[in-house]
Design a protein around this ligand. Structure first.
Ligand code: SAH
Length: 475
């Protein structure tokens, strides 16, 4: 009798020497080829590097590996500004010059549309890059932990790390290990100052940090939102209900940072640290902040979604509005409307906008913001798109002339695409944060729609993420 023991499977690791890194791939990986022509995905190289590659176990038709020796460093490289580059996992492309980041983002979008979608593309307009390539985020979330991740350098230094309290980011794939951060280059000041001050005050005043493995400790997470209006929101999440320590800390924050306009907290003793099912309590100031775009005000509370790069969201919305090219008499559907920002942004140019979104709180915000902005030609509906966007819904709300769709990374549900193909609006503007699923969806619509324009937009410099906006016209 024979039986298969997975542990006995032969592990084959390879060392390939003097290999040129030739491209980038999904998820921020770099690409090289083995001497027999198989693709190797690398986690730590830049196109143009010449490296020795150590592979892990071979997958079906490709390898995954790591550069273990660098013979030549690519001229596409730049020195990462951040001390935590390579450990943090947040800004994988910080070692690549920004114009090269844009080149590879553009390339990925075009490749996906051609290779996955088999689509015929118009002339490609150059990707819209960011003016600010650092400090562009309006929202950051940090975690506290009593089991700080020590870097190789820290371990080698022989220094004594008695107090392992940390506030920063999760180490990739290590849910209980936090990299302590002193300076993150993604959010403007006073972001770093606030995080560091809270951490130091807590350490000096015996306020305990969370231990996710054993589920104890007081300080759990910290969210900092700095709006373009100057409003600042802080939400501190505690694991335990310790009034004395909580007030000690929050009073300190109030005094040290009078510029904070909304200081809130959550007491969450659940297993996970999402605050979306928790009460958020105001300690000082308002329960919201305001963002502003082209004179429109958006009220944002602790749970609201708002595009995290405000400046570039404005560019993305302008492109979307240009592509829609509304004349004023159109009925527009804004699918996956979130807090209704695109709907409100284009409202003046259309007869009516219908927004649909699955998160009830987002729709509450959308309605409130529309009222605040005195926009009365928008209507919002809550529900899962595949269930809400039906024949009956369209009979009730009218056949749209234009559909704007901005789905999450998974793209549109097949039923949603089928429904669009049932009603065949003249024009579709498809905003996507994942050009692979966008390509898949566009392929399904290819028989009925022609791609007129496609425009990549970079919202997240130093990462491999890229948005893409496509204009489709009915054939
Ligand atoms: N257009 C908005 C948000 C885009 S993000 C903006 O620019 O701000 C995608 C949105 O799709 C999110 O708000 C998410 O909650 C929503 N969503 C995700 N899955 C959904 C589904 N199955 N049905 C409806 N909305 C969904």
């Amino acid at each position: 009798m024979t039986y298969f023991c997975p542990m006995a499977r032969k592990k084959k690791f390879h060392l390939f020497e003097n290999i040129e890194v030739i491209d980038t791939a999904a998820k921020g990986k770099a690409v090289a080829k083995s001497p027999d022509g198989r693709v190797i995905f690398l986690s730590n190289a830049v196109p143009g590097d010449i490296v020795d590659v150590q592979t892990g176990r071979k997958r079906k038709s490709f390898f995954e590996g790591k550069a273990v020796k660098f013979h030549t460093l690519s001229d596409k490289r730049t020195e990462p500004v951040c001390d935590y580059f390579g450990v943090c996992g947040g800004c994988k492309w910080q070692n690549m010059k920004y114009d090269k980041q844009l080149f590879y983002k553009q390339k990925e979008v075009t490749n996906n549309l051609i290779r996955i979608g088999h689509l015929e593309l118009p002339e490609i307009t150059p990707i819209a890059g960011c003016e600010d390539i650092y400090f562009y985020r309006n929202k950051m979330e940090f975690s506290f932990s009593d089991s700080r991740w020590l870097t190789n350098e820290e371990i080698k230094s022989g220094q004594d790390f008695d107090n392992k309290s940390a506030c920063g980011f999760h180490i990739p794939r290590m849910w209980d290990k936090i990299l302590d951060i002193d300076k993150c280059h993604l959010q403007e000041d006073p972001s770093n100052d606030i995080r560091n001050s809270i951490r130091e005050f807590a350490k000096n005043n015996d306020i305990s940090f969370f231990n996710p493995r054993h589920q104890h400790g007081l300080l759990r997470t910290l969210m900092i939102r700095i709006a373009s209006t100057g409003d600042i929101m802080i939400v501190v999440q505690f694991f335990e209900d310790d009034k004395e320590k909580r007030e000690l800390l929050l009073n300190y924050v109030t005094e040290k940072f009078p510029e904070i306009t909304s200081l809130q907290y959550v007491i969450n003793n659940k297993g996970n640290d999402t605050i979306y099912d928790q009460d958020v309590i105001v300690f000082k100031g308002e329960d919201h902040i305001f963002e502003e775009m082209e004179g429109l005000k958006f009220k944002i509370n602790a749970k609201s979604f708002y595009q995290t790069n405000s400046k570039q969201a404005y560019e993305l919305y302008k492109i979307t509005r240009d592509f829609a090219d509304l004349k004023g008499d159109e009925l527009v559907y804004d699918l996956y409307t979130g807090t209704g920002t695109i709907a409100q942004f284009i409202a003046k140019k259309a007869k009516k906008i219908v927004g649909v979104e699955s998160v009830p709180e987002a729709i509450e915000d959308a309605k409130e913001n529309a009222k605040l902005n005195q926009i009365d030609n928008v209507e919002f509906f809550v529900g899962d798109m595949a269930k809400v966007f039906t024949k009956e819904f369209i009979q009730q709300n009218g056949n749209p002339d234009v559909i704007i769709t901005d789905p999450p990374r998974d793209g549109m549900h097949k039923k949603v695409v089928e429904q669009i193909l049932q009603i065949l609006p003249k024009k579709i503007v498809y905003v996507s944060c994942n050009s692979a699923t966008q390509a898949r969806d566009l392929a399904l619509m290819n028989e009925n729609y022609k791609i007129i324009k496609t425009q990549a937009v970079d919202m997240f410099p130093q990462t491999h993420h890229v948005e893409n906006v496509v204009l489709l016209l009915k054939r």
